[in-house]
Design a protein around this ligand. Structure first.
Ligand code: UDP
Ligand code: MG
Length: 155
């Protein structure tokens, strides 16, 4: 099954949105296989956002992501990378569709509440930054897994 890295950013934590965001992920049927709250160090933030180094917003992004605790997760599900990006909405909240996390909870592209990996390679890289392999809880089944196991073959 596909996996992605999701983080509720410091603004989301400070505003008390942890429960709301996790509820959306669970209601979608995705499986949270790892979850922790942590204060990102400068080293972690720089690793996570290495692709943006040199861009005009890089330093403010690093300041933002180290400004308080985040809630880091590994989320599993069918096409979950695209699915989570869809649920998050566009980087710029006013471009995001109403009903998405960023449209509903954020006002600016800088402080947009949630992170989700943008492709499979990023997901692998980001999961490894935040979690050791033994921190993933894999040996349990959700109801959705029952659904996938019992789905008729696609024709
Ligand atoms: N960001 C910013 N200014 C910008 C673009 C992005 O502060 O002009 C921040 C914002 O928090 C965003 C993060 O940098 O979520 C990473 O940017 P990216 O373009 O990768 O957007 P994302 O993948 O988070 O939608
Ligand atoms: Mg990105």
């Amino acid at each position: 099954m596909d996996r992605t890295f999701v983080a509720i950013k410091p603004d989301g934590v400070k505003r008390g949105l942890i429960g709301n965001i996790i509820r959306r992920i669970e209601h979608k049927g995705y499986k949270i296989v790892a979850l922790k709250m942590l204060q990102p160090t400068l080293e972690i933030a720089e690793k996570h956002y290495a692709e943006h180094k040199g861009k005009p917003f890089y330093q403010s992004l690093i300041n933002y992501i180290t400004s308080g605790p985040i809630v880091a997760m590994v989320v599993e599900g069918k096409n979950v990378i695209e699915g989570m990006r869809h649920m998050m909405g566009s980087t710029v909240p006013n471009d995001a569709q109403v009903g998405t996390i960023r449209a509903d909870f954020a006002q600016t592209k800088e402080f947009n509440t949630i992170h989700g990996s943008d492709c499979c390679e990023s997901a692998h890289r980001e999961i490894a930054i935040y979690f050791k392999p033994e921190e993933l809880c894999e040996n349990w089944k959700t109801m959705m897994e029952y659904v996938w196991e019992n789905m008729p073959e696609e024709v």
